[in-house]
Design a protein around this ligand. Structure first.
Ligand code: MCN
Ligand code: CUN
Length: 795
């Protein structure tokens, strides 16, 4: 026997079909709403119709009169158990159920627990709440205006609506760079609110068992271990008596990272009633109250030399966080990793300031398919780069090439202190330009323009810091960021691997088995992957920020290597040679001097239970904790061509080319799926997704009539390229994260394409979404169109 064929056993690089899809496409998944426990009750939430109002009274009498109602929770009741407020992941507090005031439309005011969800919903309508309306704040400018009402008057020492001010970089060096500039280019834009809107909404089934004192909570969460710790601390329950189970998840996209009031209410209700309590959000609840992202005003400038070299960058961010500062992000950084902006460009000096403010909107700024605000960072970067190239009158592709971090500069320290691990930026750009037919398109564009047709080409590049931690720099609420994996090889050579990550559609059940196949030669189909149950899964920080492959995936590799080290001892014993004389090739150990004499990994597994050498612990399993030395930095180039109809402002996508370098691809087909999904979301954000607020704080876009999800019909086709592979030098298998790249880098490519088509008319910016009326207004009025100011409410 010789080494196994890695692709045949489903190892690294095999486009193995996703094993989880078998149950998903047959409708056999086990999602939260599929969980039915004996004696289970149902919870519904009453939400505030107003954005900002004092609560003068809540009368639950009529709700209690409805047959089938077991409990009505109010903020006042929660307060008696110290649960009216809960801590957030960013050292703020968030109301679980409102007591004093409501602070955004859709805020949780009361919860009814009843025999079935319809009764619970009816009972919610029977609760009488009296409100005294207050003026609403819907933008950072309003939040800091003189005389603005203080939204968070619940907090001691909070005299205004500012949450934080933050800065990073070298101000003096940046000022000096600007003093030397031949030209200063500016950009001001608003990245609007967006919502992850996974198919499945959030929910929980809490099951407190008085007999055993054990609390089991089935919950749509991307980070079950963190939730267990949070429940232990907030509800003051012992951690070993809490079991969080995250069942199959119908998409997360960041929506299922935060802790929501519904979870807490269902847990308290189960403890009080000693019965399982299920809460499932409806679509409106999900769209109006959970997991908003972005809503940030970015204002920056580049110091440029005549020859196209960028000398310095400065920017200011005004972030609208909504009523509670509840972002999940590393504690050290107030505005996530926004300072990853311009990381792929070699810029000597940079300075960033940020201010976060409260508003009467649902908590926002929560990550949506972006490693802690990298989406905003890259969008700003690529819009700014496009504008600066135009200001300088240089070719935008060439401008990027001149300023890229060069291959020989890695590892490269950015002006904000990140250490880029590896990359081949110019090569990716070349592949993209060739694929889109750059030179030919420019000619076509010119000819078309002469006939009054508007063609445009937009380039966007991005690099993303993926894989938090290392634990030195990254923690959430003081909990250091790392991950672990546990691998057990059974005596017949089959195996189970568990991690503290939680797949939500990314395919971990498929890819982790491929890593084991790569390390041990155990065919992937013989490895089962399990995640999401805190009673069985080893500790992990969860799945977000595309950290699973960089951290949990690396831990799988390391656990498998520990198993291989032990198997080597077993092999030496079986082969009757010393360990030093044993060599490894995929699936098999052999004697160096006699390669024909060997034993398979399966034979070693059996020996671990039946024929181990004296003094060797039986069994073949290992746990590895992995604290990455650095983040992984994938890179991508996205190029989009469009045609804008000057008469209507409607724009059609002609071609989309994507060149992603995420290092070694474990499963190329899954990676392509991730990229296509991300590009679809990028297209949606650029083209159609619109959540805004009127002057009274009414949320416009809290339904799928206003907030559009693209279907296969309107989504353009994508041409994907995988020929550039720069392994991460510090990751055990050279893989970098990829789950968010296209959603991060994609939007600017679409927007840059439209602005390239209309830029010669003197238009420098149109804020997303680039709805036809905005584009048409820009063309006909020949001015920039900002979507930022609140929409005036009618009547
Ligand atoms: N992969 C690979 N080779 C690489 C990198 C990744 O084969 N070099 C595979 C991984 O093994 C994994 C998938 O691609 O199966 C994504 O891996 P990774 O980039 O590590 O990202 P995570 O698994 O941590 O997923 C999180 C990321 C985030 S943060 C959001 S948001 C998002 C995304 O994934 N949410 C998703 N993609 C999603 N896809 C689906 N279907 N559903 C979501 O909710
Ligand atoms: Cu940034 S949303 Mo994902 O990190 O779960």
């Amino acid at each position: 026997m010789t080494a196994l064929d890695e692709i045949k056993i489903g190892g690294l690089g095999a486009s193995r079909k996703r094993v989880e899809d078998d149950r998903f496409i047959r409708g056999k998944g086990n999602y939260l709403d599929d969980i039915v426990l004996p004696g289970m009750l149902h919870m519904e939430i009453l939400r505030s119709p107003l954005a900002h109002a004092r609560i003068t009274s809540i009368d639950t009498t009529r709700a209690y009169e409805i047959p089938g109602v077991h409990l009505v929770l109010t903020g006042e009741m929660m307060a008696t158990r110290n649960l009216a407020w809960m801590p957030t992941l960013s050292y703020d507090t968030q109301a679980v159920l409102a007591t004093d005031k409501v602070r955004f439309q859709g805020q949780e005011v009361a919860a009814v627990i009843a025999d079935d969800p319809y009764v619970a919903k009816d009972a919610c309508e029977a609760i009488v709440v009296e409100y005294e309306p207050l003026p609403a704040i819907v933008s950072p400018a309003q939040a800091v205006a003189d005389g603005a009402p203080v939204i968070r008057d619940d907090k001691e020492n909070q005299a205004d609506n500012v949450i934080y001010t933050w800065e990073i970089g070298d101000k003096a060096a940046t000022d000096a760079a600007f003093a030397q500039a031949d030209l200063v280019s500016t950009m001001k834009l608003h990245y609007p609110r967006s919502h992850p809107s996974p198919i499945e909404c959030c929910g929980s089934v809490a099951d407190f068992n008085r007999a055993t004192s054990k609390l089991t909570v089935y919950m749509t969460t991307q980070a079950p271990h963190i939730i267990r710790a949070a429940v232990a601390l907030v509800a003051e329950l012992p951690e070993h008596m809490i079991r969080i189970v995250s069942p199959d998840i119908g998409g997360g996209f960041g929506n299922k990272v935060p802790v929501y009031p519904g979870y807490v209410c269902s847990i308290l209700a189960s403890i009080l009633l000693e019965r399982p309590v299920k809460w499932i959000e409806d679509k409106t609840g999900n769209l109006i109250s959970t997991g908003f992202a972005r809503d940030i005003y970015l204002d920056g400038e580049l110091a440029l030399r005549k020859d196209g070299k960028i000398l310095g960058m400065r920017m200011h961010a005004d972030a609208d966080h909504g009523a509670f500062f509840s972002d999940a992000q590393p504690s050290k950084f107030k505005i996530g990793l926004l300072h990853s902006t311009f990381a792929c460009y070699d810029i000597p000096a940079a300075h960033l300031t940020a201010r976060g403010t409260y508003s009467n909107k649902a908590p926002g700024g929560v990550a949506y398919r972006c490693s802690f605000r990298v989406t905003e960072a890259m969008f700003f970067q690529e819009r700014m780069i496009a504008a600066a190239a135009a200001d300088l009158g240089v070719d935008p592709a060439e401008f990027r090439r001149v300023n890229f971090v060069r291959d020989e500069q890695f590892p490269h320290r950015t002006a904000f202190g990140f250490l880029l691990d590896s990359g081949q930026y110019a090569k990716c750009l070349d592949v993209g330009l060739r694929a889109i037919g750059y030179e030919e398109f420019r000619k076509r564009q010119e000819q078309a323009r002469a006939k009054g047709r508007l063609l445009g080409l937009g380039i966007s590049t991005m690099t993303e810091p993926l894989g938090a931690g290392n634990s030195r720099e990254y923690d959430i609420l003081g909990i250091k960021m790392f991950d672990s994996a546990e691998l057990k090889v059974h005596m017949t050579g089959k195996a189970i691997v568990r991690t503290g990550a939680r797949t939500q559609g990314q395919g971990h059940e498929t890819t982790w088995a491929q890593i084991v196949a790569h390390e041990l030669g155990i065919p992937a189909q013989d490895v089962v992957v399990e995640e999401g149950d805190t009673d069985t899964a080893p500790f992990g920080m969860g799945t977000y920020a595309s950290r699973s492959t960089p951290v949990a995936g690396a831990a799988v590799s390391m656990a498998a290597r520990k198993v291989r080290a032990k198997a080597r001892k077993l092999a030496a014993h079986l082969l009757e040679v010393s360990e030093e004389d044993v060599e490894w090739e995929l699936g098999r150990f052999y004697v160096r001097s006699a390669p024909d004499r060997g034993v398979t990994i399966t034979e070693c597994a059996l020996a671990a239970y039946s024929n181990m050498p004296d003094g060797l612990e039986p069994g073949l399993e290992a746990t590895a904790f992995y604290d990455p030395p650095n983040l992984t930095w994938p890179f991508a180039v996205y190029i989009v061509t469009v045609e804008v109809d000057p008469a209507t402002g409607v724009w059609d996508v002609l071609d989309v080319v994507a060149v992603d370098d995420c290092g070694v691809r474990i499963n190329p087909m899954i990676v392509e799926g991730q990229i296509m999904g991300g590009l679809t979301e990028a297209y949606a954000m650029a083209n159609m997704q619109f959540i805004t607020f009127d002057a009274e704080g009414n949320c416009i876009g809290s339904n799928y009539m206003d907030y559009l999800l693209p279907t296969a019909w309107e989504t353009p086709g994508f041409e994907l390229h995988s020929e550039v592979v720069t392994p991460s030098p510090h990751h055990p298998i050279g893989a970098k994260g990829v789950g968010e790249c296209a959603a991060v880098g994609g939007p600017a490519a679409f927007v840059n394409a439209v602005l390239d088509a209309v830029g010669h008319l003197g238009i420098r910016n149109i804020d997303m979404p680039l709805l036809p009326d905005r584009v048409w207004e820009a063309i006909t009025e020949r001015h920039d169109v900002s979507g930022a100011p609140p929409v005036r409410s009618e009547g």
